[in-house]
Design a protein around this ligand. Sequence first.
Ligand SMILES: Nc1ncnc2c1ncn2[C@@H]1O[C@H](COP(=O)(O)OP(=O)(O)OP(=O)(O)O)[C@@H](O)[C@H]1O
Length: 204
Amino acid sequence: MISVTIEKKLRAYHGQQVLQVNRQFASGSITKIHGPSGAGKTTFLKIIAGLIIPEKGTIIADGIMWFNADTKINIPAQKRNTGFVFQQYALFPNMTIRQHLAYATKDEQWIKRLLLLGKLDTLEHQKPEHLSGGQQQRLAILRALATKPKLVLMDEPFSALDLKMKTELVAELKVVLKELDTTTLIVSHNPQELAGWADEEMIF
Ligand SMILES: Nc1ncnc2c1ncn2[C@@H]1O[C@H](COP(=O)(O)OP(=O)(O)OP(=O)(O)O)[C@@H](O)[C@H]1O
């Protein structure tokens, strides 16, 4: 279980807005997060990942204190074993699809399964510049899963996919996430998207 109790001042255009969250996420659950633009959804994911530091609060993951503002505990992002799908994908321009995955895992069977999941098996030796937006986005999702993380944070991960691709991927992705027992937080700006797919909902 991940338990998050935080406060973070946001840089808003007018005045100041404070992001306050007090929420638990059960192990292996999938939570869909939605709410208005600028409400702090991306910031919230980055706080859990350890990329943005809140002013107050604690983050406890499976009994381990990742962050405590009072005692100044702050486990670095790379030690939180968290998969992150960024809105802008953040792929490595000089690495092929396969190299993105092989960088994270040596498990050949797992790499093969991920490539099939993302329908990228025939493109494994291509670099990002030769991929469509949807293919790049799928690679970002696969890379986030490559280490079989206990926590996956996804920021609008299906925005570049057509409906057919999204429907197929989402179904297969859920099977994989449940198999890994990965706790998953997915930001989606569309309240209807993923209806019935996620276990929980969090509204900003
Ligand atoms: N590191 C940071 N520290 C403080 N405030 C930040 C930081 N990064 C972004 N912000 C501010 O937080 C606010 C919320 O931004 P954020 O990107 O989290 O919203 P969002 O809900 O994800 O929006 P969208 O749906 O448009 O992606 C913005 O006003 C932004 O300026």
